[in-house]
Design a protein around this ligand. Structure first.
Ligand code: ASP
Length: 341
């Protein structure tokens, strides 16, 4: 005959086994959304009050668009899509209109999209004429047997899907053109494959991303970018690479990255976050902080990420002076630019 203490012990043991994940102990948010507009050398000294306000307003508007979808019972995928369309159409960010320019003075766009419920994903790279690359990435996921299409093939597919096309000049803003003219050497591209620029590497960023948790408990993530200034040879960064710039799994988190893409690809940053949560049982904030502020710093990589887990917990770490960012949950709204806020 077992003592009653034995049975109480078993009961407590069973309860603690049901909650092996630390993040499961935090209150469940009904829905949650987080966004970024890129990380980099974003400091108050280089910002005018008007420009700062414009960024804050754009981030706030983007959150409202996504939050409205989620509030009304829409899917995380729709919230991510609608939010990123707004950010792509805004000339402030390095995605869609306002993208940075390649060495040859063109806008070349990359985007990716992932559904945490099914682990389906779609991505496009090196597109020059599709107005909203995020729609093309979602179309690859939903309407093709593939995950990643690039260049002319990606554009042809997007056109077949009925997506809007624009001339490449639509993406090119005065601000980006001036920046390009200032730093761009007048001489023709050197024949070596070495990317030469006078611009510090942390000035490049401005990618946009969105992650969301909907009322049904599904996660989704998307990222869209013009890549890095002066990029050459059809360079593609981490943003459209599933597992590097974007990842979503209902069991762990949805994540979108921004930063020096080559490092984010090498260290499979987006998947690494999900893997740490799955295998090490780390919560989203601990895992995200470790990757951005320890692992990447040790490797000399700059950037940040946004992530939301299946409970609606949010992490927004970055190791640069600033990151355009924000999140919303029922009754909560946050927008930030600089480190200390
Ligand atoms: N990660 C992007 C890239 O390397 C750049 C960025 O985040 O701004 O293409």
């Amino acid at each position: 005959m077992k003592s009653s203490l034995y049975w109480i012990g078993c009961f407590i043991g069973a309860l603690s086994c049901q909650q092996p994940d630390r993040s499961a102990s935090v209150p469940q948010a009904e829905y949650a959304i987080a966004i970024h507009g890129g990380a980099g050398t974003i400091v108050k000294e280089n910002m005018t009050p008007d420009l700062e306000n414009a960024y804050r307003e754009a981030l706030d508007n983007a959150l409202t668009i996504g939050e409205d979808v989620l509030k009304n019972g829409g899917t995380a995928m729709d919230a991510v899509e609608q939010t990123i369309i707004y950010l792509e159409d805004s000339p402030l960010f390095n995605a869609g209109k306002g993208a940075v320019l390649t060495y040859d003075g063109l806008a070349e766009l990359d985007a990716s999209f992932m559904d945490g419920a099914t682990q389906n994903a779609g991505a496009v790279g090196g597109m020059q004429i599709i107005r909203n690359p995020i729609l093309a990435a979602r179309a690859v996921m939903e309407q093709s047997p593939h995950v990643f299409l690039t260049g002319k093939g990606a554009e042809q597919f997007a056109i077949e899907q009925g997506l809007d096309t624009v001339p490449n000049t639509y993406f090119i803003t005065e601000r980006r053109l001036e920046a390009w003219k200032q730093t761009h050497p007048d001489n023709p591209p050197p024949k070596t494959g070495i990317l030469k620029t006078t611009r510090p590497v942390t000035d490049y960023y401005g990618t946009v991303g969105c992650v969301a948790l909907d009322r049904a408990g599904n996660l989704a993530a998307g990222t869209s970018t013009g890549g890095m200034n002066d990029k050459r040879y059809n360079r593609i960064g981490d943003s459209p690479v599933i597992g590097a710039g974007t990842y979503a799994d209902n069991a762990t988190c949805a994540v979108s990255c921004t930063g020096h893409g080559e490092y984010f690809i090498r260290y499979a940053v987006a998947y690494d976050l999900s893997a740490r949560m799955a295998y090490l049982k780390e919560d989203v904030a601990t895992a995200a902080n470790y990757i951005i502020n320890q692992r990447l710093v040790e490797k000399g990589a700059t950037g940040g990420l946004i992530a939301v887990d299946h409970n609606g917990q949010i992490a927004l770490p970055f190791n640069t002076p600033g990151m355009y960012r924000g999140y919303a949950r029922p009754g909560e709204r946050y927008v930030g630019i600089y480190k200390e806020e």
